[in-house]
Ligand binder design. Structure first.
Ligand code: 13P
Length: 248
């Protein structure tokens, strides 16, 4: 049985005051009725704030990316060890915005996953096709390509990994994949894992992301291979985010 997981991705939003209020509000609304595991990936500069506000809360902090390098002359980068020093638990790797806007490639993303795991972080590795790839009927091929390097690398610990399917055309557009459509892709991803690591395939959590909100969350989460959500816009609204967490 896989425990449901909901992670908010704040992206590059908020201010110190807004972040503090949002963390306090979400944290105080989390109670025993929420059985899902919950995380929030905040901008680097608010990670220490999250650490101080959340303490030992059920709500765990995450980062939105990390460096594949351990330390050294890499201006602007943040290492896995630095993140664990601030009690980070999660880290997103290969979000489509990192792939598209910052040219991050699969080979480097696999190194980021390995660096994260070595430091004790749990990486959330994101995959998903663009609208053009979807329309061309290429989405399974694209997702396969994004996952092969990861699944075949012996240094990657599949037991310490979360995957997220985020169709690029659904991110921030209000156009969610239908539950059946998303389930088909999630089942495909699980099958890919099964081919490489039969025993872990049923244990790996695969999140769906892309315009998830309080109204559509339940119909997505009820699907057999959808184990929770990676939430963008709606994670900036405490009420909507908590409502999504309750549905998981
Ligand atoms: P939205 O929920 O705003 O569509 O963003 C999804 C996402 O990119 C989460 O990582």
């Amino acid at each position: 049985m896989r425990q449901a997981l909901v992670i908010g991705n704040w992206k590059m939003n908020g201010s110190l005051q807004q972040s503090s209020e949002l963390l306090h509000t979400i944290d105080s609304a989390i109670n025993d009725k929420i059985s899902a595991e919950i995380g929030v990936c905040v901008p680097f500069v608010y990670i220490d704030l999250a650490r101080r506000v959340l303490g030992s809360s059920k709500l765990k902090t995450g980062a939105q990316t990390l460096s594949e390098f351990k330390s050294g002359a890499y201006t602007g980068e943040v290492s896995a060890d630095m993140l664990t020093e601030f009690d980070c638990h999660w880290v997103l790797v290969g979000h489509s915005e990192r792939r598209q806007l910052f040219s991050e490639k699969n080979a480097a993303l696999v190194l980021k996953v390995i660096a994260a795991q070595k430091a004790g972080l749990t990486p959330v590795y994101c995959v998903g096709e663009t609208e053009a790839e979807y329309k061309a009927g290429d989405r399974f091929k694209v997702i396969d390509g994004q996952l092969q390097g990861l699944l075949t690398n012996k240094e990657v610990d599949l037991k310490m990994l979360v995957l997220a399917y985020e169709p690029v055309w659904a991110i921030g557009t209000g156009m969610t994949a239908s539950p059946e459509d998303a389930q088909e892709v999630h089942a495909f991803i699980r099958e890919l894992i099964k081919n490489k690591a039969e025993s872990t395939a049923d244990k790996i959590r695969i999140l769906y992301g892309g315009s998830v909100n309080a109204n559509n969350a339940a119909s997505l989460f009820v699907q057999q291979d959808i184990d929770g959500g990676l939430i963008g816009g709606a994670s900036l609204d405490a009420k909507a985010f908590i409502s999504i967490c309750q549905k998981a």
